[in-house]
Design a protein around this ligand. Structure first.
Ligand SMILES: [Zn+2]
Length: 395
C-alpha cells in the first residue's frame, strides 16, 4: 500500500501544476487559476507567492483591470528570460539547438543544414556541444537552465538514454543520451522525434485540446507520435508509433529497416522523387520542386504525387481505424505533400476508414512547422521543473 501523500507532497504537486498552467496558457490571473485549478483563493495566493520568491514567476497588475468592483486580480507570468531549458533537434538534414524560456518561447537558436544523408555520431555531438555553449553564453547572467532534452530520428529506450536504432541515420545501440550529457556538461534526456513532435503539437500546436491525436512526420523516413487519452503512447520499450514501418505493400520496395513495402517506402521523400528527371536528390527543396512541377502540369510529377497521395490516405485510414484519433497532424515534408494530395487522402479515407471513425476526424498540417519536435524536446526538458519547482529555487 502506498503511503498517503503528506502536506508537503500536496504543496509540491500544486506548485508544479500551477507553474505548468502558467507555462502552457501564458499570463493568467489569480482568479483564473483559482477557477481552473479548483483550489481556494488563499491557497492560490500562497502558491504564487512561493513561485514568485523562487524566481519562477512574476505577479503584476493587469493591463486592463476591467470595470468590476474590488481589487483587480493579479496576473501571474512566467519569468521566461530567467528560467530556460536547452532543446536539441537532430534531423536527417539539419541540426538545431535552442534556448526555450519558461512559457515556451524560443529565445535563441543555433542551426546548420546538413543535406546529403548519414552523418557521424561524434561530429553531431561536437556540434551540439558547441551550440549549447554558445546558447548558454548568450543568456543573461542571472538566467538559469533547468533541463535539457534532444529529439532524435531514432527509436529510444524507455528510460530516455539509449538510442536503439535509427534506420535513416544508420545509428544503432548508441548511448547517445549519456554521450550528449557528457559533451554538453549537463544531463540531456533524449526522445524520438515523432513522439516529441506529437508532444509539441499537442502542447502548443494543431492538436491543442485533442486528447486523441496522431502526428505524422515526413522526411527521408516517416516517423510518428500518438497521443491517446491525453497521454503519449509509449509501448513496452518506449518505441511505439513507428508508423513509417507499417507494411502497406508487401510486394513493395526494400526499406532501410530490413523489411519490404513499409509505409515510408511509399510516402517518404524517395517515393516522391523517384520519378523520371528528378535527379535522385532528396530534401525539402526537392520535395517543393516535385510538388511545384505537378501543379504546373508535369505529367510524371502529377502521376507520382497522385500515387503518393493514395498511399498516404491508405496509411492514415489504417491509423484512423486502429486508434480512432480526433485529429491527424502532418509535419515535416508532409506539410508540403499533404495539402497537394488532400483530395486523394480524403477519398482513400472515405473508402477505407470506418464511418464512425472518420465522422469527426480533422486533418491538419503542423502549426509549429519543422520545430514541432524541438518544442516537444523543450516540454520534455521542463518536466523535472514541474515535478518539483522549489528544487530550482536557490540562486
Ligand atoms: Zn521499414
Amino acid at each position: 500500500m502506498r503511503a498517503a501523500p503528506t502536506q508537503e507532497d500536496i504543496r509540491r504537486q500544486n506548485l508544479g501544476a500551477l507553474l505548468r498552467r502558467v507555462h502552457i496558457l501564458g499570463p493568467v490571473s489569480r482568479a483564473q487559476l483559482t477557477a481552473g485549478m479548483g483550489l481556494n483563493r488563499s491557497t492560490i495566493g500562497a502558491l504564487t507567492t512561493d513561485l514568485t520568491e523562487a524566481g519562477l514567476v512574476l505577479e503584476e497588475q493587469p493591463r486592463d483591470p476591467g470595470g468590476g468592483r474590488g481589487r483587480p486580480s493579479l496576473v501571474v507570468r512566467a519569468r521566461s528570460q530567467r528560467v530556460y531549458v536547452l532543446a536539441f533537434g537532430v534531423g536527417v538534414d539539419r541540426l538545431v539547438a535552442a534556448r526555450v524560456g519558461l512559457g515556451g518561447a524560443i529565445l535563441d537558436r543555433r542551426e546548420i543544414q546538413r543535406p546529403g544523408g548519414p552523418f557521424g555520431v561524434d561530429e553531431t555531438l561536437e556540434r551540439l556541444a558547441e551550440f549549447a555553449a554558445a546558447l548558454s553564453e548568450a543568456a543573461a547572467p542571472e538566467a538559469r537552465c533547468v533541463g535539457a532534452a534532444a529529439a532524435v530520428p531514432a527509436m529510444v529506450a524507455r528510460d530516455g538514454g539509449e538510442l536503439r536504432y535509427g534506420p535513416n541515420i544508420g545509428w544503432r545501440a548508441e548511448p547517445f543520451g549519456a554521450r550528449l550529457s557528457a559533451a554538453a556538461g549537463r544531463e540531456v534526456v533524449i526522445g524520438n522525434d515523432g513522439d516529441l513532435g506529437a508532444l509539441g503539437e499537442h502542447t502548443r500546436g494543431a492538436a491543442v485540446g485533442y486528447d486523441d491525436a496522431v502526428y505524422i512526420h515526413g522526411d527521408v523516413g516517416i516517423g510518428g507520435g500518438i497521443i491517446a487519452g491525453g497521454r503519449p503512447l509509449t509501448g513496452a520499450d518506449g518505441c511505439a508509433a513507428e508508423i513509417g514501418h507499417m507494411v502497406v505493400n508487401p510486394d513493395g520496395r526494400p526499406c532501410p529497416c530490413g523489411s519490404y513495402g513499409c509505409w515510408e517506402t511509399e510516402i517518404g521523400e524517395a517515393a516522391l522523387l523517384r520519378g523520371p528527371g528528378r535527379g535522385g536528390t532528396l530534401g525539402r527543396d526537392a520535395v517543393h520542386a516535385a510538388v511545384d512541377a505537378a501543379s504546373r502540369g508535369d505529367k510524371d510529377a502529377e502521376e507520382t504525387l497522385r500515387t503518393v497521395g493514395d498511399w498516404l490516405g491508405i496509411g492514415v485510414a489504417n491509423l484512423v481505424n486502429l486508434l480512432n484519433p480526433r485529429i491527424v497532424v502532418f509535419g515535416g515534408t508532409l506539410r508540403i505533400v499533404y495539402p497537394a494530395t488532400a483530395a486523394q487522402v480524403r477519398s482513400r479515407i472515405n473508402r477505407t476508414a470506418l464511418a464512425t471513425h472518420r465522422e469527426h476526424l480533422r486533418l491538419r498540417t503542423a502549426v509549429l512547422g519543422d520545430d514541432a519536435p524541438l518544442h516537444g524536446a523543450a516540454e520534455l526538458a521542463f518536466t523535472g521543473l514541474f515535478d518539483n519547482p522549489l528544487e530550482f529555487t536557490s540562486s
